[in-house]
Design a protein around this ligand. Structure first.
Ligand code: SF4
Ligand code: SF4
Length: 188
């Protein structure tokens, strides 16, 4: 596998504060109702505890991106480091990528009438910085890694409830949430 940057989402650490999604929204001035990164509570059928666990999700920068395949004007490119970049200036708003991505990553901007999505803050990466979401997380639940070389024991590609697509081969990896700890008083 060639170099492939991917997000690592540690649901053991995530506290569901939405700071990552808000950092992304602020940096890219996303329209009302549009989010490129979303924080989803895991359903009780998957995580059956009173405490909640969360999945922070954005574009997966897939190895074989269907968004890129389906775009008629080549508004998508895949870089050497695996990041899938969307160029909004080239986009004609046909909606093919929005309809074809099984992860709901590209969104249609209702004002611009063009698609948009997470491009992993590639300008920040080229400047040696972390993406805004990674930088903002107060508990270090997000990071990026070259998944073609990183040691990812204990990380999974498809956590429970997450759509599987072997053809796209999404690059995000997840650490499953731990069971909540019970704390008891010794003198109770
Ligand atoms: S998650 Fe969707 S938008 Fe992102 S690279 Fe994969 S197919 Fe494209
Ligand atoms: S900022 Fe970190 S802790 Fe907060 S929701 Fe996002 S990933 Fe979870």
């Amino acid at each position: 596998m060639k170099k492939q940057l991917g997000f690592l989402v540690d649901t053991e650490k995530c506290i569901g504060c939405f700071t990552c999604a808000m950092a992304c929204k602020n940096v890219y001035h996303q329209q009302k109702g549009i989010v490129w990164r979303q924080v989803h509570p895991m359903g009780e059928s998957i995580y059956p505890h009173r405490e909640r666990a969360w999945l922070s999700l954005a574009c997966n920068h897939c190895e074989n991106p269907v968004c890129l395949e389906q775009c008629p004007v080549k508004a998508y490119t895949k870089r050497e480091d695996g990041i899938v970049v969307h160029d909004q200036d080239a986009c004609i708003g046909c909606g093919n990528c929005v309809r074809s991505c099984p992860y709901g990553a590209p969104r249609m901007n209702p004002v611009e009438k063009r698609a948009e999505k997470c491009s992993m803050c590639w300008q920040r990466i080229d400047a040696g910085l972390d993406p805004a979401c990674v930088h903002s997380c107060p508990v270090g639940a997000l990071s990026i890694a070259d998944i073609s070389t990183a040691r990812l024991d204990g990380w999974v590609q498809y956590p429970a409830g997450y759509p599987e697509s072997r053809r796209l081969n999404p690059s995000t990896r997840f650490k499953a949430p731990r069971q909540p700890r019970e704390v008891r008083r010794n003198d109770a």
